[in-house]
Design a protein around this ligand. Structure first.
Ligand code: ZN
Length: 299
C-alpha cells in the first residue's frame, strides 16, 4: 500500500470520510470480485475527499503490481444471467447518441467483463470489435459469439497505435484503476479525431450514498476513486469534449437487486428464497441507483 494525491487536481489536502479496516487485513481477489465485493466488507479502504476539488479516493492504495495480480485472479463476470439487462441499460443511452458517431472502424470495450457489450458494438456495424478484460474467469464466461473478440489482459496503451480506435466504452472500470486520469489520457491518445468515448461510473453524489454512508455497496474494496457528476465531468473535460452527462436507470432482475441489499446475509437469503418461492425472482426492475454516464468526443 502507498499514499497518493488527488488524481484530478494533484492536491494532497483532504478530509477523511470513512476510516479503513485494520491494516493487518490483506486485500484478496474475493474482496474485489465484481458485484460481490460490494457486500464483502471484511477489507475496507480509508476513503478521503479532496478539499480542493471534491474528488473522493482511497488513500492509501494497493500497489499497482499487486492490484493487477488481484484482478487477474478475481471473478469479474458472475452476472451472466444479467447480460440482457446490462446490454439493454447501457445500450439505450448510446442509441440516443448514435448520430454523433461517424466512423465505424474499430471499437474497444475496456473492462469488458464477460463481453456482453460487444454484441451492441457488433450490431452497430463496427468492422473490428475488441473487449479487454483482466479477469480470466470473466473472459472464460463470455458467450460463444463474442469469445474470440475478448483479450484476457489489463489495458495497455502500447497494444494500440495512436489514433487507431474510433469508439471506446469503459463501464464501471475507472473506479478500479490506480490513476483514472492517466487511463483517460491513454484513451485520448489511441482514439481517432472525433471518436466517441462512453463511460459509466458510480455516483458518489447519489442520495443512497448520503443515506447509507460506508454501508453503501459502492464503498467497497474494489474501488479506488469515486466520482460525482462534477468531478467526472471535470476529469473528462481535460482530454475530451463532453457531449452529455446523465444519470443511469439500471435494469436488473429482482434476484440481482436483492443480492445487493445492504442487510445481513441471512435476511438477504430469506428475501431471495421468498422471491423464488413466489416465482418473481426474474421480474425486471429499472431503478436509478446512482450511476452516471458520460459521452464525450476526442477533440
Ligand atoms: Zn483534488
Amino acid at each position: 500500500m502507498h499514499t497518493t494525491f488527488c488524481y484530478l487536481c494533484s492536491s494532497d489536502n483532504y478530509t477523511v470520510l470513512f476510516r479503513g479496516s485494520d491494516p493487518r487485513i490483506q486485500l484478496s481477489p474475493e474482496h474485489i470480485a465484481a458485484r460481490q465485493g460490494s457486500i464483502n466488507k471484511a477489507f475496507s479502504h480509508n476513503w478521503v475527499r479532496c478539499n480542493k476539488c471534491g474528488l473522493v479516493y482511497a488513500n492509501p492504495v494497493p500497489d499497482a503490481i499487486n492490484l493487477a495480480q488481484l484482478y487477474a485472479e478475481s471473478d469479474q463476470g458472475n452476472y451472466i444471467d444479467e447480460n440482457d439487462n446490462l446490454l439493454f441499460t447501457y445500450g439505450k443511452y448510446l442509441d440516443k447518441h448514435i448520430a454523433e458517431i461517424s466512423n465505424f472502424g474499430t471499437a474497444l470495450d475496456v473492462g469488458a467483463g464477460n463481453g456482453f457489450f460487444l454484441r451492441k458494438l457488433i450490431s452497430y456495424g463496427y468492422k473490428t470489435v475488441i473487449g479487454i478484460e483482466p479477469s480470466s474467469i470473466a473472459c472464460a464466461s463470455s458467450p460463444p459469439d463474442v469469445h474470440s473478440l475478448m483479450r484476457n489482459t489489463m489495458f495497455n496503451e502500447s497494444d494500440f497505435k495512436s489514433s487507431s480506435v474510433d469508439f471506446l466504452s469503459c463501464f464501471q472500470t475507472l473506479e478500479h484503476v490506480h490513476r483514472p486520469d492517466l487511463l483517460l489520457e491513454s484513451f485520448s491518445r489511441i482514439l481517432s479525431k472525433n471518436a466517441i468515448i462512453y463511460c459509466i461510473a458510480h455516483n458518489f453524489g447519489a442520495l443512497g450514498v448520503r443515506l447509507l454512508g460506508a454501508r453503501h455497496p459502492i464503498i467497497n474494496a474494489g474501488h479506488l476513486t469515486l466520482f460525482d457528476a462534477q468531478t467526472l465531468r471535470k476529469m473528462f473535460a481535460r482530454y475530451f469534449d463532453v457531449i452529455s452527462l446523465f444519470s443511469i436507470s439500471n435494469r436488473y432482475s429482482l434476484y440481482y437487486w436483492l443480492g445487493l441489499l445492504p442487510v445481513s446475509e441471512q435476511f438477504r437469503n430469506l428475501l431471495i428464497q421468498t422471491s423464488q418461492f413466489m416465482g418473481i425472482e426474474k421480474f425486471r426492475l429499472s431503478l436509478p441507483v446512482g450511476n452516471i454516464g458520460i459521452i464525450a468526443r476526442k477533440m
